[in-house]
Design a protein around this ligand. Structure first.
Ligand code: DAH
Length: 356
């Protein structure tokens, strides 16, 4: 019995997995195991022998069963320890650096422009980028034969063959939103319309898609003087420095009188600085809304009048943030975006300071 004990206790201690343990269990205490066979021999013994051998065999059986159970638990513990060791995670490690995106200068400037005009009581209006011929041209007093149509390098959509209606266009300016707003709300009106516009043109200062912001203010007594104040107020807030403007007589079909507006600037080694110097830079078109345009929008020109203007947003962004090439705005070059983009939580705002 001592031999049996030594044999199995040592073998159990040396087992390395559950399968080996099960094998040992069968060999020792299974139905045909060595200990069980010995127990069967008890019947052939004398009662005296049995009284000694019986309890001893039982004790051996219990001892082996306990050793098996203990070893099984130890193996399970070891397996768990091994797993925990490989799956160990140091939650105190600093997080891995992750590049966050940035706010595109066009989005930034659109926000700035919107904030400044909102502060002067202008709401934001929007219109479709695929526009009808009527809203983009006719309603703005640009009839079919008008040279402005040809000058605008318009993108036309296709009509089905045999469909004689004029094709839709990709809007060439944000001015059609003037008409849409007049129709929707009637006068008085005080809105800006920022958005994408399209013209078939491509070089250092032109891209086929670019951005404008239209302004429209209609009321009973709105004049050119209000236009000048609003624009000077805008440029001064936008550039963070007092900006003088120069109004030059011009012509647009949708305004009468019309003016192109220049802002004061200086040129030094090929770079412009706004708000200083003796040079002038043309930045927008404007004027008093033409009576025909008011009529097209369903507004009585005998009762209401007002001003309108259109500014290039991309141009404003280039001027304010010193961006030399317009085309880079739309290249999606990550290095450019990281350099000129704005951190989303660190955007200049009207209340936080636009010009930091
Ligand atoms: N729509 C003109 C353009 O795209 C810009 C413009 C000029 C808008 C004069 C106006 C305006 O509202 O009064 O070139």
């Amino acid at each position: 019995m001592d031999d049996l004990r030594t044999k199995y206790i040592e073998a159990i201690a040396a087992a390395t997995d559950e399968a080996a343990l099960e094998e040992l269990r069968l060999q020792a205490v299974g139905k045909k195991g060595e200990v069980s066979l010995k127990m069967r021999e008890l019947g052939k013994m004398t009662p005296e022998e049995r009284q000694v051998a019986g309890p001893a065999l039982n004790a051996l059986k219990n001892e082996i069963n306990s050793a098996l159970a203990a070893k099984k638990a130890a193996l399970a513990d070891a397996a768990l320890d091994a797993r925990l060791a490989t799956e160990w995670l140091d939650v105190t490690l600093p997080a891995r650096n992750r590049r966050v995106g940035s706010i595109h200068p066009i989005s930034q400037v659109t926000e700035e422009v919107t904030a400044i005009f909102a502060d002067m009581g202008f709401a934001v209006a929007e219109g479709p980028q695929i526009e009808t011929d009527w809203y983009n041209f006719d309603a703005l007093n640009i009839p079919g034969h008008h040279p402005a149509r040809a000058e605008m390098d318009t993108f036309y959509t296709h009509r089905a063959e045999g469909d004689e209606r004029p094709p839709h266009v990709l809007r060439t300016h944000t001015s059609p939103v003037q008409i849409r707003t007049m129709e929707k709300t009637g006068a008085p009106i005080r809105i800006i319309c920022p958005g994408r516009v399209y013209r078939a043109d491509y070089d250092q200062t032109h891209t086929p898609m670019f951005h404008q912001v239209e302004g429209l203010a209609l009321g009973k007594d709105i004049s050119m003087a209000n236009l000048k104040w609003v624009l000077e107020e805008f440029f001064t807030a936008f550039f963070g420095t007092e900006v003088k403007t120069r109004f030059r007589a011009s012509h647009f079909p949708f305004t009468e009188p019309s003016a192109e507006v220049d802002i004061q600037c200086s040129w030094e080694n090929g770079t412009v600085k706004v708000g200083e110097g003796d040079d002038w830079l043309e930045v927008l078109g404007s004027g008093m809304v033409h009576p025909k345009v008011l009529e097209a929008g369903g507004i009585d020109p005998q009762k209401y009048q007002g001003f309108a203007f259109g500014i290039g947003i991309d141009r404003l962004a280039m001027l304010k943030y010193g961006i030399p090439d317009l085309r880079a705005f739309f290249d999606s070059d990550l290095r450019w975006l990281r350099h000129y983009g704005f951190a989303s939580l660190d955007q200049p705002t009207l209340h936080g300071g636009l010009n930091r």
